[in-house]
Design a binder for this molecule. Structure first.
Ligand code: WTA
Length: 638
C-alpha cells in the first residue's frame, strides 16, 4: 500500500484507494452540487436528541446550521461508543519522562471519569451556559474537563498553558469565567513548570471564585481555602452517570481566543451542532480513520488543532489516539519517532516547524515507522525541503502527505487533498473539502485565474463548524471577516493561488498575524505591549523568515530620548514574556531614530521587512521620510 508519482504530484496506489473511505471524485461532484444536502446527510449519522428542522439559515454576516436540533458532543464522543467500543482504548497518555509508564483509558474509563467530573462541576455550581476557564497541560484531565463541560452545557475556554499569567487574565476577564481548571504543574524538557503559580497570578482581578487543580507533577503549591479544590477529591464519591444536557445546535460549545490584526485577542465562538458534525467527518475522511487505527496529533490542546483533532474528532469516531505530554525531541531528538513505534501509530499529524526541527536534528531516521499510513501537517506553509524530508524519512516514500489548511475560525480542516484521492503536491495544500466553496479574489473582488495570487475567501454556505461570532464583539466579527468583500464572503486573511488543476497553495497572511513555530501571534499585539514602556516613543514589529520556526518577530524601536542599551533590550523581551509568553519573544530588537512612514503617518512595515530580508524595496513613492532607509539599513547591518 502506498503512493505513486505522476509528474510533480503523488497519488494513492490501487491498494490504498481500495481501503480509503473516500476514493472517488464523485463525492466532490455530489457535495458541491448541493453542500447543504451533503452536510445534512452526514449530520444524520450522529446522535441527536431531536432532529433539526432547518439545515442552514443565512442572515449575513451570521449563519446557523441544523437549526432546531438538539445534541450533546460529549454524548456523541462517549455514550455512543459504549455499545461497540466500551473496552477499546480511547486515549493513550504518554508522559514526557521515559521512565514513567503510559496510561491507557478505555472508552468506558473515560466515560466514567467525565461523568463523575461533570457531576462535580455541577456540585460546585457550574450551570449550562457558564464559561469555565481551562489552563492545563497535555494530560488526560484536560480532555476530561473539556468533555465534562460539554456534557453539562458549560462553555469551555481553554488557554494555552505556556501563556503567561497576564495573557490568562485578559482572557478570563473577557469571558467573566467564575471557575478555572488548572494543574499543579507539568513536565517540559525534564523540568517541572509550576502552572498553579501562574494560575494564581492570572486570576487576580478576574471573577474566578473556584479553582480546580489536577495533580500532575506533585510540586509544592499554595492552596487557598474555600477557593481551591483538587480534581481527585472532587470526583471522589460522585456518581458515574450525569445526564447530558440537550443542547441546541446553536448553543455555544466553546470559546477559543486567537490573535488578530489588532492589539487584543478575539474570543472565537463555536457552537454545538455544526462543530460536532464537522469535527467528526473531517477527522474520519481526511485521516481515513478505521477502527484499528492509532491516531496521533502533536498539537497542544490549547490551540484549535488540539480541540478538534486531539479531543473531539478522534473520540467522535471511536478512535484510539495518543496524547503526549512533552517536547517531541526530549530526551532524544527521535522521541516522536519512538512514540510512533511504541504504539504503532498509523496516522501522524504535526506542524512544519516540528518537521524542520526533526530534519535538522536527524538527517537519516533509524526507526522504520512501518505502521504509519498517513502523515499530515498543519499551521503554516510547508516548504519543499521539509515536505520531501517528511515524505522520505517519515512517510518512507509510501504514505500520503496531507497538508491541511484551516483556522481557529473554521473549526475544522477546510482545504486538503483526501488520502484516497490525492494529489499530494509539495507545498500545495490541495482542494477544498467536499461541500466547501472557496475562491481567490483580487482586491476588487474579481475571481483570479490560475497562478495569480490573491485573497483566499470562503463562500456560502461556508461550513457547519465555522465560527458564529467573536465573543461580545459584533463589530470585530464584521470588521475582520465580513468587510473586505461584503457580508456574504468570508475573508480568511490568507494569500493564496491555484495551480492549473485547482490545487491551492497558501502563500501566507495578508494581515499582521505571524506564525511562530506554528503559534499564532499578532505583531500588533506585540507592538502594543512594547509601547507600554514609557521610554519608548513608538515601535514596529515584523515577522521575518526563520529556518526552523518558520517566522519570528523582530522589533524596531524608537526611543523618546536618550541612548539605548542592552539592558533595555532585555527589559523589552521580559515584558513580552510577561504579557504574552516566551513563544512571542522578539528574536532581534533594533533601536532606530525613525520608522518609515507614509505621508498620512502609517508605518510601512513592508519596507522594514524587505530591508531585513534584503529584498528589493519596491515602490517607495508613498514614503514620506526616505532618508531613514539608509540609517535603518546601517543599524541592522544589512
Ligand atoms: C495558517 C491553525 C499554510 C494560515 C489550524 C491560517 C496554514 C492560520 C496552513 C490559522 C497550511 C494553517 N498551510 N498556512 N496548511 N494551516 N495555516 O488559527 O495563515 O492557529 O490563516 O489555526 O495558519 O492559524 P490558527
Amino acid at each position: 500500500m502506498g503512493i505513486i508519482k505522476k509528474g510533480t504530484s503523488y497519488f494513492p496506489d490501487k491498494e490504498f484507494k481500495k481501503r480509503a473511505w473516500i476514493n472517488s471524485n464523485s463525492i466532490y461532484k455530489e457535495a458541491n452540487k448541493n453542500p447543504i444536502r451533503f452536510w445534512d446527510k452526514l449530520a444524520k449519522e450522529l446522535h441527536w436528541f431531536k432532529k433539526w428542522n432547518k439545515v442552514f439559515v443565512h442572515k449575513p454576516p451570521y449563519f446557523k446550521w441544523f437549526v432546531g436540533g438538539k445534541i450533546n458532543i460529549c454524548y456523541n464522543c462517549l455514550d455512543r461508543n459504549l455499545e461497540k467500543r466500551r473496552n477499546k482504548v480511547a486515549l493513550i497518555f504518554e508522559p514526557e519522562s521515559v521512565e514513567e509508564r503510559e496510561i491507557k483509558l478505555t472508552y468506558y474509563d473515560l466515560y466514567r471519569l467525565v461523568n463523575k467530573f461533570a457531576n462535580a462541576l455541577k456540585k460546585l455550581g457550574v450551570k449550562k451556559g457558564d464559561v469555565v476557564g481551562i489552563y492545563m497541560p497535555m494530560i488526560p484531565e484536560t480532555i476530561i474537563s473539556m468533555l465534562a463541560c460539554a456534557r453539562i452545557g458549560a462553555v469551555h475556554s481553554v488557554v494555552f498553558s505556556a501563556f503567561s499569567p497576564n495573557a490568562l487574565k485578559i482572557r478570563l476577564q473577557e469571558t467573566e469565567a467564575k471557575v478555572l481548571i488548572t494543574a499543579d504543574g507539568y513536565y517540559r524538557r525534564g523540568k517541572i513548570i509550576n502552572l498553579k503559580e501562574s494560575a494564581d497570578e492570572g486570576i487576580k482581578g478576574t471573577n474566578i471564585k473556584k479553582v480546580i487543580i489536577a495533580k500532575r507533577a506533585n510540586n509544592k503549591i499554595k492552596l487557598v481555602k474555600g477557593r481551591d479544590y483538587f480534581f481527585d477529591d472532587l470526583i471522589e464519591g460522585q456518581s458515574d452517570y450525569c445526564k447530558p444536557e440537550q443542547m441546541n445546535s446553536e448553543d455555544k460549545l466553546f470559546i477559543l481566543f486567537t490573535s488578530g490584526s489588532t492589539g487584543k485577542p478575539k474570543g472565537i465562538v463555536h457552537t454545538c451542532g455544526g462543530y460536532t458534525v464537522q469535527a467528526c467527518w473531517t477527522a474520519k475522511y481526511i485521516f481515513d480513520l478505521f477502527d484499528d487505527d492509532i491516531f496521533w496529533s502533536t498539537a497542544d490542546l490549547g490551540w484549535i488543532t488540539g480541540h478538534t483533532y486531539s479531543c473531539y474528532g478522534p473520540l467522535l469516531n471511536g478512535t484510539t489516539y495518543v496524547l503526549y505530554e512533552g517536547a517531541p525531541d526530549f530526551p532524544t531528538p527521535d522521541r516522536w519517532a519512538r512514540i510512533i513505534e511504541k504504539y504503532g501509530v498509523t496516522t501522524f499529524y504535526t506542524a512544519p516547524t516540528a518537521i524542520r526541527m526533526f530534519e535538522k536534528e536527524i538527517k537519516k531516521l533509524k526507526e522504520k515507522l512501518n505502521t504509519l499510513q498517513i502523515i499530515a501537517s498543519v499551521g503554516e506553509p510547508i516548504d519543499e525541503e521539509a515536505w520531501h524530508w517528511f515524505y522520505r524519512e517519515v512517510g518512507k516514500e509510501r504514505c500520503p502527505i496531507l497538508d491541511t489548511w484551516w483556522q481557529t475560525e473554521t473549526g475544522g480542516i477546510l482545504i486538503t487533498s483526501l488520502p484516497g484521492i490525492g494529489p499530494f503536491k509539495p507545498t500545495f495544500t490541495g482542494v477544498p473539502f467536499p461541500g466547501i466553496k472557496t475562491d481567490i479574489l483580487d482586491d476588487k473582488g474579481k475571481s483570479l485565474p490560475a497562478n495569480k495570487e490573491g485573497n483566499l475567501v470562503i463562500l456560502p454556505p461556508f461550513s457547519p463548524g465555522m465560527l458564529r461570532g467573536v465573543y461580545n464583539n459584533h463589530k470585530k466579527y464584521v470588521d475582520t471577516y465580513w468587510s473586505k468583500y461584503g457580508n456574504k464572503i468570508y475573508f480568511t486573511s490568507d494569500l493564496a493561488y491555484r495551480d492549473r488543476n485547482g490545487l491551492i497553495r497558501i502563500v501566507g497572511r495578508a494581515d499582521d498575524v505571524i506564525k511562530v513555530a506554528g503559534h499564532r501571534i499578532s505583531t500588533g499585539e506585540l507592538e502594543n505591549i512594547i509601547d507600554l514602556d514609557k521610554r519608548i516613543d513608538e515601535c514596529a514589529v515584523i515577522g521575518v523568515p526563520h529556518e526552523i520556526k518558520g517566522e519570528v518577530p523582530v522589533a524596531f524601536v524608537v526611543l523618546k530620548s536618550g541612548k539605548p542599551n542592552e539592558k533595555m533590550k532585555k527589559e523589552i523581551v521580559k515584558r513580552v514574556e510577561k504579557e504574552i509568553s516566551k513563544i512571542a519573544r522578539p528574536s532581534e530588537i533594533y533601536f532606530v531614530m525613525e520608522l518609515p512612514k507614509t505621508r498620512s503617518g502609517k508605518i510601512m512595515r513592508r519596507i522594514l521587512k524587505r530591508l531585513f530580508t534584503g529584498e528589493e524595496l519596491g515602490d517607495l513613492s508613498t514614503l514620506s521620510n526616505p532618508e531613514c532607509i539608509g540609517k535603518i539599513r546601517k543599524t541592522i547591518g544589512k
